[in-house]
Design a protein around this ligand. Structure first.
Ligand code: SAH
Length: 335
């Protein structure tokens, strides 16, 4: 295995050149890329347009694809736990809706940000996922028969702290020859890592951006999300406005409603003031109970109505997956 190439790390062009380097014609790379990303067939021997002799040669160059996983089926969503070769668990969730299936993808094992309400941060940060491990989550969902229409980087971890691998995985899944998921069908959710948002802009990736806001003033936000100490609301909103302007992608602000913490009338007023003059979209999220002491707010409807009256774009997120610990903030790669 040592020294063998990892096929899931290559985009289409790179795979073609690896094939040529290893003595295969480029058109075979196309066939293999299609088998993997269009049909979720990852074993060379099962690729019927590839001869047995070629399959054997390929398996001397490329390491076998490791898709070792367990499936948990809930009322509405399905969760997959992938086992990494170094024995960590990676979780991803298929969330069906009338507009197709969304795959919620993890980008790190654990998370360094320690937001007080989130289960993923509890065990601390373990490591970044490789681009191949990110792409594998898609392949597992496809292998289990799910067409995937949208990818949201909203699973375990902070995608903008593992941006190179997230972008590599995104460009691989975006390939027309393969999964062909359009750029506007990807959403990156971030706790507000300003340099990461700037890097997205520099690299010209026009992805939908969701920002975990959860509080409309710095004092409360820092208490809930320590990263706010470093990246304050004012600076964050400056870069969000730039992102909106440069990409014309919609910006969503996620707001988890926590009982007695960020759900008062004063919070509403501050939130309205904060988003004034923008067309950002606020997504209210019911809190999923975890091992923390936070509780779900009972003020969701009131919050929603008042924001609507103030002419703010606002929606309520349906919470799904709670029955199988697959909802927002509940993923921690338990094995
Ligand atoms: N690190 C990124 C990606 C994680 S996305 C980010 O912070 O955006 C997960 C989303 O679920 C974030 O908005 C997070 O704040 C939210 N979340 C975390 N714990 C939750 C919980 N218990 N209930 C509901 N949402 C939660």
């Amino acid at each position: 295995m040592i020294g063998m190439l990892k096929i899931l790390e290559y985009n289409f062009k790179e795979l073609q050149s690896e094939f040529v380097k290893n003595g295969f014609p480029a058109y075979k790379a196309k066939q293999v890329f299609e088998w993997i990303y269009q049909k979720a067939v990852t074993d060379f021997v099962k690729m019927t347009s590839i001869s047995f002799a070629d399959a054997k040669k390929l398996s001397e160059v490329f390491a076998p694809i490791n898709l070792d996983y367990e499936r948990t089926t809930g009322n509405t969503s399905v969760k997959f736990l992938l086992n990494t070769t170094d024995d960590f668990g990676i979780e991803c969730v298929v969330i069906p809706s009338k507009n197709g299936n969304t795959l919620c993808v993890s980008t790190q094992v654990g998370c360094a940000l320690k937001c007080g309400f989130c289960e993923t941060g509890k065990g601390g940060f373990k490591r970044d996922l490789t681009s191949a491990e990110i792409v594998s989550q898609y392949l597992v969902a496809r292998a289990e028969g799910y067409e995937i229409d949208r990818i949201v980087y909203m699973g375990m971890g902070e995608p903008l702290l593992n941006l190179d691998n997230v972008l590599k995985a995104t460009s691989i899944l975006n390939e027309e020859t393969g999964a062909n998921i359009g750029m506007r069908r990807f959403t990156v959710s971030t706790a507000g890592i300003i340099p990461g948002i700037k890097k997205l802009l520099e690299k010209g990736f026009k992805l939908n951006l969701a920002v975990s806001l959860h509080a409309a003033n710095d004092g409360l936000r820092t208490k809930l999300m320590p990263i706010n100490e470093k990246y304050r609301l004012n600076d964050l909103f400056v870069v969000l406005a730039e992102y909106r302007e440069a990409t014309s992608r919609r910006i969503t602000l996620e707001y988890v409603l926590l009982d007695g913490v960020n759900d008062t009338d004063r919070d509403i007023e501050q939130l309205v003031a904060l988003v004034k003059g923008t067309d950002f979209h606020i997504n209210l999220i019911p809190y999923n109970t975890t091992s923390s002491s936070f509780k779900a707010s009972k003020n969701m409807d009131r919050f929603f109505d008042k924001l609507e009256k103030a002419k703010v774009n606002v929606t309520k997120r349906r919470s799904e997956g709670g029955d199988i610990s697959a909802a927002c903030g509940m993923l921690f790669g338990k094995k």
